[in-house]
Design a binder for this molecule. Structure first.
Ligand SMILES: *Cc1c(COP(=O)(O)O)cnc(C)c1O
Length: 407
C-alpha cells in the first residue's frame, strides 16, 4: 500500500476520528437535532435518551457506579478547570490546600495558578527521572488544610503512567478528594474510579478517536458525595454543575468512541505496543546515543519519547517533515522554554530540545513505522555527520571537560 505523507504520529495531541464514530454521529446533525433539555416534544426526548445512554456507556468504561456521575463538558480543559476551581470554591471553608505535580497538563497547572492568586496554597510535587510521582510524597504533603489532590493518569509527553491506585488509597484514608486527569490513559491502561478511589476524573473524546469539543468530568455521587461550585452560570444543566445546551452530536460520537475502546482497547494495545517496539528497535539498531525519556515499562503503549544527542531539535524537525510528531523543543510551541515535563525529569536543556515524541495510534501501520524509522535514523545520522560535537564525542573527547568561549 502506498504511504501517504505526512504520516500522522502525533496521537497524544489528538487522534483521527474513527469512521465508525462519524457514522454514528451523522443522523444527529440533520435529522435528530433536538435539544436534550426540551421536555415538550419527541425531538427533545430523543436527544435526551441518547445523552442518557452515553452517560451510562462512559460511566461503564471508567468503572463509575452510574451515568448520573458523568457531567458533560466541552473537553478536558474545561473538565480540569471545573474540577479544581469547583472543588476549591465549594470546600473553601474546610481548607485551602491543593496538591498536584509539576508534570500535569497546563489546564491543571494554570487552574492552580489562578487559585493561588485567589488565596489557595498549592504544592507541586516533583517526579523522578522516570517521570513518576512517588505516592509517599503525596502522603507527606497532605495537611489538615488539604482538600484536593490532582494527579494525571498518564502523561501526554512521556506517556508515563502514575500510581493512581496507590495514591487513591492514601487520599481515601486521609479524607481528601482525588482528581485524575485521565485523558491519555482511558481505554489504554487500566483505569477504574471505584477500584482506585478516584473522586473526580477528566476525559475527552478527541484523544480516543472521537470528535473534538466534547468531554466529561466524572463526579462521584457516593462515599463520598463530591460537591462543587459550577463555573458556568446558566440554565442549570448537568445537575447544576455545568450550564449550557449539550453537544448531543458530539456526545453520541463520544459514546461510540467509548464503546469501541471497551471492545477493542486490549487488541489495540497489543498492536500499538508491537509497533512502538518495532520503531524503538529500528532506531536503536541504527543509532547510538538515543535516550528514552520516561519509564521503560510504565508507559502508554503508543508513546515513544526519545532524545537524540548531538542533534538540534529544530533542525531535526525540519528534516523529518514527512512525519507529523511533536518535539520537546521550544520552536514547536508558543513558549520559549523547552518542555517543562522533560526539564522536571532532570533532562538538561540540550536533551530536552533534541527530543521527539512519537505518538502511535489505532490507525498507524507497520509500513508507516518502517518508513518513519528509516526517515528519522537517516536524518539523525546526516545531522550528526555535520556535527563537530558528535565527531569529538566519537573521538573520545569528554565534552563536559571543554571550556567553551563565552557567547
Ligand atoms: C489533551 C489533554 C487535555 C486537554 O483536553 P481538551 O479536550 O483538548 O481540552 C488535558 N489533559 C491532558 C493530559 C491532555 O492530553
Amino acid at each position: 500500500m502506498a504511504i501517504k505523507t505526512p504520516i500522522y504520529m502525533d496521537n497524544h495531541a489528538t487522534t483521527p476520528m474513527d469512521p465508525r464514530v462519524f457514522e454514528a454521529m451523522k443522523p444527529w446533525f440533520l435529522e435528530t437535532f433536538g435539544n436534550a433539555a426540551s421536555r415538550t416534544h419527541a425531538y427533545g426526548w430523543q436527544a435526551e435518551a441518547a445523552v442518557e445512554d452515553a452517560r451510562d456507556t462512559i460511566a461503564d468504561l471508567i468503572g463509575a457506579k452510574t451515568g448520573k456521575e458523568i457531567v458533560f463538558t466541552s473537553g478536558a480543559t474545561e473538565s480540569n478547570n471545573l474540577a479544581l476551581k469547583g472543588v476549591a470554591e465549594y470546600y473553601a471553608s474546610k481548607g485551602n490546600h491543593i496538591i498536584t505535580t509539576v508534570i500535569e497538563h497546563k489546564a491543571v497547572l494554570d487552574s492552580c495558578k489562578r487559585l493561588q492568586k485567589q488565596g489557595c496554597d498549592v504544592t507541586y510535587l516533583p517526579v523522578g527521572t522516570d517521570g513518576i510521582v512517588d505516592p509517599d510524597d503525596v502522603k507527606k504533603a497532605i495537611t489538615d488544610k488539604t482538600v484536593l489532590v490532582s494527579v494525571m493518569l498518564a502523561n501526554n509527553e512521556v506517556g508515563t503512567i502514575q500510581p493512581i491506585g496507590e495514591i487513591g488509597k492514601i487520599t481515601r484514608e486521609r479524607g481528601v478528594l482525588l482528581h485524575c486527569d485521565a485523558v491519555q490513559g482511558v481505554g489504554k491502561t487500566p483505569f477504574d474510579v471505584t477500584e482506585m478511589n478516584v473522586d473526580l476524573a477528566s476525559i475527552t473524546a478527541h484523544k480516543m478517536y472521537g470528535p473534538k469539543g466534547v468531554g466529561a468530568l466524572y463526579v462521584r455521587r457516593s462515599k463520598p458525595r463530591v460537591r462543587l461550585v459550577a463555573q458556568m452560570d446558566g440554565g442549570g444543566h448537568e445537575r447544576g454543575m455545568r450550564s449550557g445546551t449539550l453537544n448531543v452530536t458530539g456526545i453520541v460520537g463520544f459514546e461510540k468512541a467509548c464503546k469501541i475502546m471497551k471492545e477493542e482497547g486490549k487488541a489495540d494495545h497489543e498492536r500499538i505496543l508491537g509497533m512502538r517496539e518495532r520503531l524503538h528497535k529500528a532506531i536503536n539498531a541504527k543509532l547510538d546515543e538515543v535516550i528514552l525519556n520516561g519509564h521503560a515499562e510504565k508507559r502508554l503503549a503508543g508513546n515513544l519519547n526519545v532524545s537524540f544527542s548531538f542533534v538540534e531539535g529544530e533542525g531535526l524537525m525540519m528534516a523529518i517533515k514527512d512525519v507529523a510528531v511533536s518535539s520537546g523543543s521550544a520552536c514547536t510551541s508558543a513558549s520559549l522554554e523547552p518542555s517543562y515535563v522533560l526539564r522536571a525529569m532532570g533532562l538538561d536543556e540540550e536533551l530536552a530540545h533534541s527530543s521527539i515524541r512519537f505518538g502511535i495510534g489505532r490507525f498507524n501501520t507497520d509500513e508507516e513505522i518502517d518508513f518513519v524509522a528509516d526517515l528519522v535514523t537517516g536524518k539523525v545520522q546526516k545531522l550528526r555527520d555535520m556535527s563537530p560535537l558528535y565527531e569529538m564525542h566519537k573521538e573520545g573527547i569528554d565534552l563536559k571537560s571543554i571550556q567553551w568561549a563565552a557567547h
